[in-house]
Design a binder for this molecule. Structure first.
Ligand SMILES: [Zn+2]
Length: 98
């Protein structure tokens, strides 16, 4: 079972409990589904993703901007965040060209 299937299953269980008038059970399954979604997001951020590079025309072919692949946060070449391990905005683990 994948994490997505587990999330779906808990959501289905929540719906099932709700239609049977068990609101407490419904809320519990919903909570479990929420936690799994958070876990899924954390796992995705922990796997490094390559930054997207952009060139501005006038910089002699040098890379001068990079974007976080998860949140599009801009990292400029002359900033202290250039080459940072994690996106300063969303915490995504980043991979940079050597
Ligand atoms: Zn980000």
């Amino acid at each position: 079972m994948t994490i997505d299937e587990a999330i779906k299953r808990y959501n289905n269980n929540a719906e099932h409990e709700r239609t049977h008038g068990n609101l407490q059970g419904c809320l519990e399954f919903k909570q479990l589904a929420e936690w799994l979604k958070e876990l899924k997001n954390l796992k995705e951020k922990d796997e490094s993703k390559e930054v997207r590079y952009e060139y501005e025309g006038y910089s002699y072919g040098k890379l001068d901007m990079a974007f976080c692949p998860s949140c599009e946060h801009i990292i400029e070449a002359d900033s202290e965040n250039w080459g940072c391990e994690f996106c300063p905005n969303c915490g995504q683990k980043l991979r940079w060209e050597e």
